[in-house]
Design a protein around this ligand. Structure first.
Ligand SMILES: Nc1nc2c(ncn2[C@@H]2O[C@H](COP(=O)(O)OP(=O)(O)OP(=O)(O)O)[C@@H](O)[C@H]2O)c(=O)[nH]1
Ligand SMILES: [Mg+2]
Ligand SMILES: [Zn+2]
Length: 295
């Protein structure tokens, strides 16, 4: 007898194993080497000896990798091979706009299309209307939905057509609720939920769900303590679309838009052509980076 095997997409990655979508069912595979780090969305080849457990043989090169920094300051992969980043906010919990700006900047740096989803539309969005107008003004696609009333859910499904969309955002904004509303096999997902210290259901590991032949949605754990990966210093230069657009007019080519003379970005902030809050996000990102990796 010979080995059986095949290729598939990683649905979820746990400590010592991964769940792989094969032609038929989801297959639990073990990792071969200690160094093997596999993440949700990876394309892998698996094989199993007769009567033995399936293990991962190889990982296909990644088109991209979304990372964040874990509690110990090390980069932690979240998902690979993403076509679209969907940043989810809601009227409750109150949005952390700096978080939105960081995610958008990171996606911009990796050339990943980004959209802003405003969930819990049923609660009313007046309190965040000003900020939403800023993002719309910057040409960031914004979609308002309610998982409770189902308003906007079908439009959201259409926006997710083709490719893999990763949902990110603060804990409690409703990322898993959106997945439940869209993915046919979403009941399976409740098994992935655990109770946190406060007894709430919360997502603990990124999980890939198929929407149709060509589309998938990835539910990621909510952000509690988030710091940007070090590579985000470049995001600070290029990831803020309006800052990047103004920077061509700065006196110095390597202007950081902080204290430099002849900075067109700061002039644009003073003239209200760049929103002061967005500029403050940019500065905060700079400061964070300098703390993580002093010059
Ligand atoms: N009013 C209202 N509540 C919602 C809506 N969508 C989700 N919720 C509620 O918001 C809470 C959090 O939803 P989740 O889907 O678990 O949030 P999450 O973003 O996945 O949270 P984490 O997994 O912790 O990151 C739940 O109590 C949901 O019932 C909505 O459209 N309207
Ligand atoms: Mg969740
Ligand atoms: Zn400048």
């Amino acid at each position: 007898m010979t080995d059986i095997g095949g290729s598939g997409i990683v649905l979820a990655s746990y400590g010592r194993g991964v769940l792989v979508q094969t032609d038929g069912a989801a297959l639990r595979c073990t990792l071969k080497g200690r160094g093997q780090r596999i993440v949700c969305g990876d394309r892998v080849v698996w094989a199993a000896p007769p009567g033995g457990d399936p293990s991962i043989q190889s990982i296909a090169p990644r088109r991209n990798l979304i990372e964040r920094i874990d509690a110990r300051g090390r980069p932690e992969p979240v998902a690979a091979n993403i076509d679209r980043l969907a940043i989810v906010v809601a009227p409750e919990p109150a949005p952390d706009w700096f978080l939105v700006d960081r995610y958008w900047a990171a996606a911009q740096l990796k050339d990943i299309a980004t959209m802003l989803i405003v969930n819990k539309h049923d609660l009313g969005t007046d309190a965040i209307a000003t900020e939403l107008a800023v993002y719309r003004g910057l040409q960031l696609a914004c979609r308002e939905v309610s998982c409770q009333s189902n308003a906007g859910v079908e439009e959201l499904r259409a926006a997710f057509t083709g490719g893999a969309s990763l949902l990110v955002g603060q804990s409690g904004v409703g990322k898993s609720s959106i997945v439940n509303a869209l993915a046919p096999e979403a009941e399976a997902q409740t098994a992935e939920l655990t109770r946190d210290d406060e007894g709430r259901h919360t997502t603990t590991t990124a999980r890939w769900y198929r929407l149709d032949e060509a589309s998938a949605i990835i539910d990621a754990p909510g952000v509690r303590d988030f710091a940007p990966p070090a590579s985000l210093v470049r995001a600070a230069q290029r990831g803020f679309v309006e800052i990047h657009a103004q920077s061509v007019h700065c006196r110095f080519k390597d202007c950081r838009h902080l204290e430099e003379p002849g900075c067109a970005v700061r002039t644009a902030v003073i003239n209200q052509r760049i929103t002061p809050r967005r500029y403050e996000s940019y500065r905060r990102l700079h400061r964070l980076y300098e703390k993580l990796a002093p010059p």
